[in-house]
Design a binder for this molecule. Structure first.
Ligand code: MN
Length: 218
């Protein structure tokens, strides 16, 4: 039996609303272009098969709060999303409100060159997530308002019913690629209206029946 060579970082966790347990975060899967209006603003159309990218658990900023503006970008974008949290047997454990923050300039440059755009999506604080609400306390997520304001001005507004791929469809499709595990979080895509944020901005996101999430860019 050997000892660890260093103290590993503390595991990322999220609070669970109304409970005395927490949710240990595993992997973050994100769905691209899952609302038609956002797909159009990003230059595609129609119901293309869902595609996925990942962020590391270390990118989670639990409960929002102060968000450090990331380095190497001059075009940090907000994307408010419904987050699905998986529990035992990869069944839906609960839901949260998340931000899939994006260094759009890095992403765009990588896309143009046909290179991976991970570094547009992966950085410290790239994924603020609210407390999770157990699925048993959410009557349904097939519809409900999803919105984000910046400094009190509405920027993104949509309805979960506008998702091109539903939550069960996303889970089914993702399961074809790999084994989903308890602790996995799935960011289910963003409605239209994504745009840049600056230091000093305050972001307020919400998903009806799930919760709210606020961050201040510092
Ligand atoms: Mn997104």
């Amino acid at each position: 039996m050997t000892l660890p060579a260093f103290t590993p970082p503390a595991p990322m966790t999220l609070p669970i609303r109304g409970g005395d347990r927490h949710f240990p975060v595993g992997r973050l899967f994100c769905v691209g272009r899952n609302y038609a209006a956002h797909a159009r603003e990003m230059g595609s159309s129609g119901r293309e098969p869902p595609f996925f990218f990942m962020k590391p658990a270390s990118a989670v900023l639990p409960l929002g709060g102060d968000l450090a503006y990331p380095p190497l970008t001059a075009d940090l974008h907000h994307e408010v999303e419904l987050v699905v949290a998986l529990g035992e047997g990869a069944a839906i454990f609960g839901y949260g409100v998340g931000l899939d923050l994006t260094r759009r300039d890095l992403q765009g440059a990588a896309k143009k060159e046909g290179k991976p755009w991970d570094m547009g999506k992966v950085f410290d604080h790239a994924a603020p997530v609210s407390a999770l609400v157990p699925a048993s306390q959410v009557p349904g997520i097939d519809k409900g308002r999803i919105a984000l304001s910046v400094n009190g001005e509405m920027r993104q507004e949509g309805d979960l019913s506008e998702m091109i791929w539903t939550v069960p469809e996303i889970i089914t499709e993702l399961s074809r690629y790999l084994t989903l595990l308890p602790g996995d979080l799935i960011f289910t895509g963003t409605p239209s209206g994504v745009g840049p944020i600056q230091r000093g901005d305050r972001l307020d996101g919400m998903v009806e029946g799930v919760g709210e999430l606020s961050v201040r860019v510092v």
